[in-house]
Design a protein around this ligand. Structure first.
Ligand code: ARG
Ligand code: ZN
Length: 472
């Protein structure tokens, strides 16, 4: 599915063979991928972005998006050129103020050659002017831009940025964001963080949002459409902005009855995960037909389908749990997806217990018993599921079973100390499944290699969980 990539080493060797002058040869191209084994072309090498400033204009009538992205970055090697991940049409690129050459390559690569090579360890400002119709663009045969009857939504994992801004598209490179979008009067633009300002002129309204803490590219979101917006403040003082499409039909009540509990649920989660890490909260429900939700930072995306059968606070718990497990602490590589999904699912089990709808242990027993050993569910290894199974139900359900097994092995006190300590230890950074095992081993003083291997890495149904400490 993904094209083979030339390694930076091979490119450097090729430059030497071509006998490029020494000054240029010491500067090599940044790698076209950041080195993720599941997605070799995602992200890029040679630089690190600290801030994205997006100043955009979007017309719902024809799905046209245009504007300027300004990236503040720092080089991590001497660079002759570098890549961004992007799909829309680019009209101009400037690097440190000077016009740069650019070309497209592969499925989603924008190759930028600055007029002068860039030295390692220096600040770089990259300005990209662009336009396009996001819904008309595909990569690998799919799109993460969700066109709606009155606008569009950027929400997808592991990729969604390509359809609306140029980026270093991998969770390893987090940055802060200012996202400012002009839309026709009467239409809203919803994004991450705090709403800094709105202003209207000549039939267009500009919404300016700020996400002031490091944020992975796939967690940046934009939704344009006609929304009803509610505002509130949590007991802990965090402002909440929720947005509901005016076009939700008969699920509108169930959606609001769920998402309006965002502040309450976020406060409840702090007992397990520690202080809420950001300065804004909320959620939005656009009029899409998709089936998933996404933990877009500070303001998760919910599909109407989540509320088809009535209220669903469980999905709100899931997406808000990701604010700690996924957003504050992000995967190092996409194979580490369990450090997101296993915990967000387990938070749903804790919520069920809190709501009096069954304890985490009861749900674990049920999930375990309801799937016979020959169910293909057990062949998926949540600790390294493969890109094709990254969001397989086993990553969630068996992933949460692994946490129940851990809880029973190390006891409630250490288990809940681990749950709360982890987001603080890796705050605003990245971590792997092995990092989590080591951390749980340190807190509990127990060796956990066998437990992790059994529950996360064996392609078969683990034996019946041992008698539980709590029930002995
Ligand atoms: N992290 C999301 C969730 O569990 C999953 C998104 C799956 N992505 C997709 N395009 N289906 O809430
Ligand atoms: Zn999730």
């Amino acid at each position: 599915m993904h094209r083979r990539l030339t390694t930076p080493g091979a490119l450097a060797a090729a430059s030497l063979l071509l006998a490029i002058p020494a000054s240029a040869a010491s500067h090599s191209p940044g790698a076209p991928g950041i080195g993720d084994p599941y997605y070799p072309a995602y992200g890029n090498g040679g630089y690190d972005v600290s801030h994205y400033d997006l100043r955009l204009k979007y017309q719902p009538a024809n799905d046209r998006l245009e504007g300027t992205a300004t990236l503040l970055a720092r080089t991590t090697q001497d660079l002759s050129r570098f890549n961004l991940d992007f799909l829309l049409d680019v009209s101009e690129v400037r690097v440190n103020g000077a016009k740069a050459r650019f070309a497209t390559s592969g499925q989603h690569e924008l190759q930028v050659t600055p007029s002068k090579p860039l030295a390692k360890g220096t600040s770089v400002t990259v300005v990209v002017r662009y336009s396009g119709v996001p819904s008309s663009e595909q990569a690998y045969g799919f799109t993460s831009w969700l066109r709606t009857p009155d606008g569009g939504v950027a929400a997808g994992e592991p990729e969604s940025a390509w359809w609306w801004f140029p980026s270093n598209d991998h969770p390893l490179d987090k940055a802060t964001y200012d996202i400012s979008v002009q839309v026709p009067d009467g239409t809203q633009a919803i994004s991450n963080g705090t709403l800094q300002s709105t202003s209207s002129r000549a039939g267009w309204t500009r919404y300016s949002w700020r996400s002031n803490k490091p944020q992975a590219t796939y967690l940046a979101t934009l939704a344009v459409g006609k929304f009803d917006v509610t505002t509130a403040t949590t007991d802990s003082g965090i402002p909440v902005i929720n947005a509901y499409s005016k076009d939700l039909g008969d699920i509108a009540g169930a959606a609001r009855a769920s998402v309006e509990r965002t502040g309450e649920i976020a406060d409840w989660l702090t007992d397990y995960f520690g202080p809420y890490p950001y300065n804004a909260l909320g959620g939005y429900v656009p009029n899409t037909t998709t089936g998933y939700a996404l933990e877009t930072q500070t303001r998760p995306f919910y599909s109407p389908r989540q509320f088809a059968n009535g209220s669903n606070t469980s999905v709100v718990v899931h997406e808000l749990a990701h604010q700690w497990y996924g957003d504050l602490v992000s995967v190092s590589q996409w194979k580490d997806i369990w450090v997101n999904e296993g915990f967000a699912r387990y938070a749903q089990w804790l919520w069920s217990e809190y709501e009096g709808e069954g304890t985490a242990q009861e749900i674990a027993d049920y999930v375990y018993a309801s799937r016979p050993a020959d169910d293909p569910f057990w062949t998926v290894r949540p600790g390294d599921p493969g890109p094709e199974n990254q969001f397989h139900l086993a990553v969630y359900d068996r992933g949460a079973l692994a946490l129940q097994a851990l809880r029973n092995a190390i006891g409630d006190e250490d288990f809940f100390a681990v749950l709360k300590g982890w987001p603080r230890k890796y705050a605003h950074g990245n971590a792997s499944v092995a990092d989590f095992r080591k951390y749980a081993e340190r807190v509990s003083g127990k060796r956990l290699t066998a437990l992790f291997d059994t529950w996360l890495f064996q392609p078969s149904k683990p034996g019946a969980p041992a008698a539980r400490e709590a029930s002995i």
